[in-house]
Ligand binder design. Structure first.
Ligand code: HEC
Length: 168
């Protein structure tokens, strides 16, 4: 019994230590990052994709979208935009605590970007991208992770991918 208590206290301290080490929000503290409970009768997936991990993919696509649009590679921009939309849908399905408004704020600019891509209009693309980025940040603020601040990328970290349209 004593050993059990010691183990529990130890676990508590370990948990506290980790939180203190992180010095900020861990997934457990982020209300939006609580996965949906399993439906009655179904077992929860062994390890649902973590919201922070899905966000890292979203960050990649946000960046690629910018570099594709910036050099008027419209087919690639359309592709990345679609991937981004899909990632947001996946996140919204897995993490039902995320308010619908917060998702809409981020996905509505994707429709504007889609129109801009179809019209091959760089100015409208840039405007849509700016609104998309504002949508990222407003959800981060609402979700208690406002310190994760997104902006338009300044240099591509993807030296293994060409963004220029084919033939250039
Ligand atoms: C609907 C809400 C919401 C939207 C929209 C959103 N995020 Fe997030 N994001 C979060 C939350 C909540 C976290 C913290 C997740 C956690 O800690 O588990 C997060 C975390 C992140 C992280 C940190 C991941 C890491 O491991 O470093 C990045 C980067 C990120 N988001 C990028 C973006 C980008 C880029 C966009 C817009 C294209 C975006 N997010 C839009 C809610 C959102």
């Amino acid at each position: 019994m004593l050993a059990g208590i010691a183990r529990r206290v130890g676990a508590c301290l370990l948990g506290f230590g980790l939180t203190a080490l992180a010095g900020g929000a861990l997934a457990d503290d982020v209300p939006f990052a609580q996965p949906n409970p399993a439906p009655l009768g179904a077992s929860a997936p062994a390890s649902p994709a973590r919201l922070g991990d899905m966000m890292s993919v979203i960050q990649t696509r946000h960046s690629k979208l910018w570099f594709a649009g910036g050099v008027r590679n419209w087919p690639l921009a359309a592709y990345e935009m679609d991937q981004l939309k899909q990632s947001f849908i996946d996140a919204a399905m897995l993490y039902g605590n995320i308010p619908v408004d917060a998702i809409t704020l981020a996905t509505r600019p994707l429709d504007a970007i889609n129109e801009a891509v179809k019209a091959r209009d760089l100015a409208r693309f840039s405007d849509g991208f700016r609104k998309l980025t504002a949508g990222c940040n407003s959800c981060h603020a609402a979700g208690g992770v406002g310190f994760i601040s997104i902006r338009s990328p300044t240099a591509s970290p993807f030296s293994n991918q060409t963004f220029e349209p084919a033939g250039k």
